[in-house]
Write a new protein. Structure first.
Length: 93
């Protein structure tokens, strides 16, 4: 079974951008960057007093960035392979 969808006899291809894990990784990455920036540049002393001195925006942002990297690695290491002939046959039935 071929993985690339470019050949004449190719039956399967990768889900690519339609893989939900990649969408989740992108969202986690965007929100992680925003929170990390807020933690580094937008935290006041009053904010730190509310959380007992812990910079919650910074740590949550770093956690989201780590999760985004893990989701992206998962997508890269174990791609979803879509069998186009089986999907077309299921639509005809």
């Amino acid at each position: 079974m071929s993985i690339s969808g470019s050949g004449q006899g190719a039956r399967a291809h990768r889900a690519g951008a339609f893989d939900i894990r990649l969408v989740i990784a992108t969202l986690f990455g965007v929100f992680g960057l925003i929170l990390t920036g807020m933690g580094l540049f937008g935290t006041s002393d009053a904010d730190l007093q509310k959380t007992d001195g812990m910079n919650i925006n910074l740590w949550t942002g770093i956690g989201l960035l780590v999760a985004a990297v893990l989701f992206a690695l998962w997508t890269w290491r174990r791609p979803i392979v879509v069998d186009t002939e089986a999907a077309a046959g299921a639509r005809r039935d």
